[in-house]
Design a protein. Structure first.
Lengths: 244, 196
């Protein structure tokens, strides 16, 4: 491993170069960890839904707790109208969570530490939510930008601010996840580097920091997946239940 | 505190990179567009397949499992409630039977006691009558004996005195004169001997 704290984010080709037209869709380490995450999710939830016993075993309990956790999150934030989108939000939460958690294993690659991945997810959510909003409310969805109870003088300003905040949703959503993952992993790598450079005498302090940071990063990995999913729910809520 | 360490370490990290790895290629690999298309392609592929499998196969099964468990638990609770009601009714029945039989037992006991008391009273009356009769008879006998006693004593006194006189004097004495004397004595001292 290279000692550069940023080299852990390098994407490299595994196997031959695959080109479709002008596009390079080669299999990379990022692809490998996407496949690993999805395969583990499918494996765990398949095992957890196979048997239907009244007293669930551990893996069934895990699957059912995740199911009720996400379904409660959706019904709390977006109401009962969001039920058809449950499968998507569940997949999204699990995908981000597993990618984050796989990144916590040493020598692995963190898929969600790449802005392009998080941006594609966020852009898809943004476009999807906007389309749902227009389908449900027609042009009435534009009332989202006109909050009720605002003085007429301030209205032009407020509308501009609302539109900017709406359009910046995919950027804030994607940058939040990407920056959190990248910063955390970089910091852990830097402290790891300090352990080596300070040696047996002074290396203990950064080592203890590294241990504490690992715990913190696992928390952040879960928290960012949760935040990503719950923000999606909130955007969906705006589109489904127009309150303005 | 954690925030401070966080920002300090990021600051140090840049410092560190510049100091130690100035020779290596800098910058963020995330901003290198070489593999962007590949990442987008694989993301859509893996996420799409996962979404399809989860939404079509796995999640319905989990929700089915949860539903069936819920309904089964509700059924069991209902059955338990029913059984509890049944047992309550049976307990009530049992209590009723118990109190009824207690009352019955009480009345039977009372009847038996009354009967026994009556029997005892009747028998006592009969016995009392018998005893009274016997006492009366005995008293009568005693009275008869008492009435006859002075005559007999007088007779004995007359005979013994005539014999005594014969032995002492050696001559026959007229019995009638002796009996007159005895009668006279017994009338005078009768009260002293018989008390009444």
């Amino acid at each position: 491993m290279a000692a550069n704290p940023m080299s852990q984010f390098d994407v490299y080709r595994i196997g031959p170069e695959i080109k479709v037209g002008a596009f390079d869709i080669s299999f990379t380490n990022a692809s490998l960890f996407m496949i690993l995450s999805t395969v583990s999710i499918l494996l765990i939830f398949n095992l957890g839904s196979k048997k239907n016993s009244i007293l669930p075993n551990k893996i069934q309990l895990l699957a059912e707790l995740s199911y009720t956790f996400v379904s409660k999150m959706i019904s709390d934030t977006a109401g009962s109208k969001a039920k058809p989108y449950f499968a998507f939000i569940f997949s999204l939460f699990m995908f981000v969570l597993f990618c984050n958690m796989f990144g916590m294993i040493p020598y692995t690659f963190t898929v969600t530490s790449h802005i392009i991945v998080t941006f594609v997810l966020a852009a898809f959510i943004f476009i999807g939510v906007t389309v749902i909003g227009f389908i449900k409310h027609g042009f009435g969805y534009l009332k989202l930008f006109v909050p009720s109870g605002v003085p007429a003088v301030l209205l032009p300003l407020i509308v501009v601010i609302e539109i900017i905040s709406y359009l910046s949703r995919p950027i804030s959503l994607s940058v939040r996840l990407f920056a959190n993952m990248m910063a955390g992993h970089t910091m852990m790598k830097v402290f790891g580097g300090f352990v080596i450079s300070l040696g047996i005498v002074g290396g203990w302090l950064p080592l203890s920091f590294s241990v504490a940071l690992t715990g913190l990063e696992i928390l952040v990995a879960f928290l960012q997946a949760y935040v990503f999913a719950i923000l999606t729910c909130i955007y969906l809520n705006d589109a489904l239940n127009l309150h303005h | 505190m954690v925030k401070k360490i966080y920002f300090q370490s990021i600051f140090f990290s840049f410092f560190f990179i510049k100091e130690a790895f100035a020779a290596e290629s800098g910058g963020m690999p995330q901003l290198n567009p070489e593999f962007w298309v590949s990442q987008i392609f694989w993301l859509i592929l893996t996420f799409g397949i996962m979404y399809l499998v989860l939404s079509k196969l796995i999640l319905p099964k989990i929700s089915n499992n949860l539903e069936s468990r819920k309904s089964q638990i509700l059924e069991n609770i209902e059955a338990a409630e029913k059984q509890r009601e049944d047992s309550d009714a049976k307990l009530k029945e049992y209590d009723e039977i118990m109190s009824k039989s207690k009352l019955e037992a009480n009345s039977i006991f009372n009847q038996a006691r009354e009967k026994a008391l009556k029997d005892i009273g009747a028998k006592r009356e009969v016995l009392d009558k018998q005893i009274d009769n016997e006492i009366a008879e005995a008293e009568k006998e005693i009275d008869a004996l008492r009435k006859n006693a002075p005559d007999k004593i007088n007779k004995i006194a007359i005979e013994t005195s005539s014999e005594l006189l014969q032995k002492l004097i050696g001559a026959e004495v007229n019995n009638s004169s002796i009996s007159a004397i005895v009668d006279d004595l017994s009338k005078r001292n009768g009260d002293k001997y018989y008390g009444n």
